[in-house]
Design a protein around this ligand. Structure first.
Ligand SMILES: Cc1cc2nc3c(=O)[nH]c(=O)nc-3n(C[C@H](O)[C@H](O)[C@H](O)COP(=O)(O)OP(=O)(O)OC[C@H]3O[C@@H](n4cnc5c(N)ncnc54)[C@H](O)[C@@H]3O)c2cc1C
Length: 369
């Protein structure tokens, strides 16, 4: 086997996780091919971009995973920005979680990581917050990336400059397995031809659609609808993370508003009057003044969810087929650590004790298939 073949890898899915992994492998001298059915449908272009390990109230290994990724992100983003010559909008702006009563605040899973805010503090942190909110927790360590307008594009550019090849509009129809080892895939390409692609290693990163390719994976879609409003620049400095709605202020005053959580939507496309109404009510409940600000865009997407809401990472039961899917609500947050972990696993080196623990907790085998 030549060195070139030995170090090649096929990435199935060019969404946020696929691009993050492609970038990591390419800058570590792998020859990378990304097969992408439709970049436009990727949840990477949908997400609000919150880095909310604490504000999401994650627990146990998921919290540790989020915290570990959060600590990798600044260096990782710096490298993407340098390689792509594009900014990603990373901001440690802090996230405020508001509460109507003290009991809810004290019961919040990540309570001990936040700063306590009484109503006066809350109003100082969040200009114009609805007076129904009496308390808050401020997580200064949380923040955001502008995934939709910046990170996805910067990643694509950085990947291309590192020699990653992309086949956009190419849908993997099935995997070619021989003697329990992946040897390639059948692909329907953008011009409607069925092609066979060979590979000696592959990583499945097909988000909410993963089960369609590898039916042993218990991943299913949870739809989320979003919209944006244009506020005055610098009106809102922190993210507000309410129980049903969050407001994420970008530098230019655009506020990303999310998101519905639709469990039975399957892959039903489009925004709905009910979804938009829920978001508008959410804005009113958090920041009444913002109901007068012009609505800009609305969009939707599919979170890749698993039965226990944790990602599926690592080996599959098929030799040389690796899995990186099921990131559900926190794929932006988890992207840095996922790509780092997958590289170490495939290279079989440098795995630390905590990373071995993550691979154990997030393995496919935890499900009875
Ligand atoms: C409304 C909403 C808000 C969110 N907000 C946040 C947030 O604030 N913070 C956060 O951390 N996370 C957030 N997320 C979650 C995050 O967006 C996802 O976890 C993450 O994008 C998953 O990345 P992925 O690459 O697995 O999937 P995707 O980004 O969806 O990419 C999957 C890609 O695989 C391709 N594909 C599928 N099948 C095939 C096939 N057969 N052949 C080839 N390609 C295929 C698809 O076309 C797609 O481009 C949000 C998600 C949604 C929907």
């Amino acid at each position: 086997m030549t060195q070139e073949t030995k170090n090649s890898i096929l990435i199935i899915g060019g969404g946020l996780i696929g691009l993050s992994i492609a970038y990591e492998f390419a800058r570590n001298n792998f020859k990378v091919l990304v097969l992408s059915k439709n970049r436009g449908e990727s949840a990477g272009f949908v997400a609000a971009g919150m880095l909310a390990a604490h504000a999401e109230g994650l627990e146990n290994e998921l919290l540790k995973f989020g915290q570990a990724s959060q600590s990798l992100i600044p260096k990782w983003i710096k490298s993407i920005e340098k390689d792509s010559d594009m900014k990603c909008g990373l901001k440690k702006c802090g996230i405020v979680v508001p509460f109507t009563n003290k009991h809810e605040l004290e019961e919040f899973p990540t309570y001990k990581y936040g700063s306590y805010l009484n109503q006066k503090d809350l109003q100082t942190e969040i200009n114009g917050i609805n007076s129904i909110w009496k308390y808050g927790l401020l997580f200064e360590q949380d923040g955001q990336i502008d995934n939709r307008r910046r990170l996805m594009r910067a990643l694509e550019r950085a990947c291309s400059l590192h020699g990653v090849k992309f086949q956009e509009g190419s849908e993997v129809k099935d995997l070619k397995i021989e003697e329990n080892k992946i040897i390639g895939a059948t692909v329907l390409n953008a011009t409607g031809e069925l092609k066979k692609i060979t590979c000696d290693k592959a990583i499945l990163c097909s988000g909410a659609w993963s089960k369609k390719i590898f039916n042993k994976i218990p991943v299913f879609p949870i739809k989320g609808q979003m919209l944006s409003i244009q506020g005055p620049t610098n009106f809102l400095k922190r993210i507000i993370f309410g129980p049903k709605t969050y407001l994420v202020p970008r530098d230019d005053g655009l506020i990303v508003v999310g998101a519905t959580v639709e469990k039975d939507s399957k892959f039903q496309k489009g925004n709905t009057p009910y979804g938009i109404k829920q978001l508008q009510e959410g804005i009113r409940s958090l920041l009444p003044e913002a109901t007068n600000w012009p609505q800009m865009e609305h969009w939707w997407g599919f979170r890749p969810c698993t039965p226990d809401l944790k990602p599926i990472l690592g080996e599959s039961k098929i030799e040389n087929l690796f899995l990186a899917t099921g990131h559900y609500r926190n794929g932006v947050l988890f992207s840095a650590i996922t790509s780092d972990l997958l590289l170490k696993l495939v290279q079989k080196k440098d795995l630390k004790e905590i990373e071995i623990m993550f691979l154990k907790k997030f393995c496919l085998d935890r499900f009875e298939l």
